[in-house]
Design a protein around this ligand. Structure first.
Ligand SMILES: Cc1ncc(COP(=O)(O)O)c(C=O)c1O
Length: 404
């Protein structure tokens, strides 16, 4: 490559860059010098610290029990099982989510009952949840999409009188709050993801938080095959037999993961603020660059260009919603301009497996479908520099003008 080629092609603006640095590397290296690489003291310390994080600043609140897992996908499976979900049960959930949410319900032999989402936020619509309840409904599984809390107060008002469980998929953040409510505060359990692109990451990893001690006990057993004691529980004592007491999974967090996660926890809120500043700037610059088209709910369903904010978001994902006819070409043009993008998500009920299994057709959940046809996630991470943000906005505006 010649010097002029290099100048002609600016560096790609990556969709995501992790924030792991020397502090995390040192914490990880220290574990290598110890006896336990998994389900040992680092996992226990992280679980305690995450529980404390969830009730930070609330002197009268009791931290939830936290169980570290291998990922959010299996956290959902374990949590549903610990909440006694099984064949014949219906779980009301959103089609605007990743495959894991639905797969977890299906893995337990239960039926996902999809309901549509709010047009301005993409979050599950409580009125639609209420309308979907049947005698077989066992619980409700909302997703805190992009890092905004679903309307947990409304969902709680629906669930409690009927004795339904509330399980929250909070893969998109631990640092979320809305109407004074945080993840896991009203729900029976909440699941988190520490996947490579998440705000808090160990490459892969997850956790479940629950206020119920009996659910936590069951989760600890289920993440470890269903056996009565882990190796570290037994360490240092005279040999004790372990027993297999139920059918479980191998789905625990490791001490190496926990060692990466622990130093990140105290930095989460500062990084959230940095993400928010980027989201604010993106929105202001997109309004300038694209003009009046950005505001106003042009679509019949009322889906706007920019997602409306609700409470304190983790700003895990920043999405724009151009008209459906433009979306895929805009993705291609952003790619050509060296901008990393993703689609979170195409409506899940229209993907092949679910469409074939349940016969869903277009029109089943029109708002989720429209968001799925429009959404584009733009680069978002605390170290995304101003010049890179501007390149992203300029590329969106250029693509918009070319396609309008
Ligand atoms: C909404 C949602 N739920 C669950 C998951 C699964 O997380 P994990 O990769 O930790 O299994 C994801 C992953 O991105 C997600 O976005």
């Amino acid at each position: 490559m010649t010097t002029s080629d290099r100048q002609a092609k600016p560096e790609k603006v990556e969709f995501y860059r992790h924030q792991l640095g020397e502090e995390e590397a040192q914490s990880w290296r220290k574990v290598i010098d110890t006896l336990f690489l998994t389900l040992g003291p680092q996992v226990a310390a992280f679980e305690k610290e995450l529980g404390e994080f969830l009730v930070r600043g609330r002197a009268d609140a009791t931290p939830p029990h936290v169980v570290g897992t291998s990922c959010c996908s299996l956290s959902l499976v374990l949590a549903l099982k610990a909440l006694d979900v099984g064949p014949g049960d219906e779980v009301v959930t959103t089609p605007m989510t990743f495959a894991s949410t639905t797969n977890a319900i299906l893995h337990l032999g239960a039926t996902p009952v999809f309901v549509d989402v709010e047009p301005t936020t993409g979050l599950i619509d409580p009125a639609a949840v209420r309308a979907a309840l049947t005698p077989k409904t066992k619980g409700i599984l909302p997703v805190h999409l992009y890092g905004q809390l679903a309307d947990m107060r409304a969902l709680e008002a629906i669930a409690r009188p009927k004795g339904l469980f509330l399980l929250e998929d909070s893969a998109h953040g631990i640092e979320i709050e809305r109407d004074g409510v945080r993840p896991g505060q009203l729900g029976d359990a909440v699941t988190f993801s520490f996947y490579a692109t998440k705000n808090l990451t160990s490459g892969d990893g997850g956790a479940v938080a629950t206020k119920h001690a009996h659910v936590a006990d069951r989760l600890r057993r289920l993440r470890n095959h269903g056996v009565s004691k882990s190796a570290s529980d037994r360490h240092g004592k005279a040999y004790q037999h372990w027993d297999l007491v139920e059918l479980g999974y191998k789905a625990n967090l490791t001490d190496l993961d926990a060692a990466l996660l622990r130093p990140q926890l105290p930095k989460v809120l500062a990084k959230r603020a940095q993400r928010e500043a980027i989201a604010d700037r993106y929105e202001a610059r997109l309004r300038e660059a694209i003009g009046g088209k950005v505001d106003g709910h042009a679509s019949p369903a009322g889906v706007p260009w920019l997602v409306e904010r609700r409470g304190t978001s983790s700003h895990h994902l920043f999405t724009i919603q151009p008209p459906p006819a433009m979306r895929d070409e805009m993705l291609a043009k952003l790619g050509e301009a060296g901008i990393g993008t993703a689609v979170n998500y195409r409506a899940i009920h229209l993907l092949t497996y679910l469409q074939e299994r349940y016969g869903f057709a277009r029109g089943s959940f029109p708002i989720a479908e429209e968001i799925g046809d429009r959404t584009i996630s733009l680069p978002m991470y605390p170290t995304l520099e101003t010049a890179a943000q501007d390149r992203v906005v300029d590329a969106v505006a250029t693509a918009f003008r070319a396609l309008a």
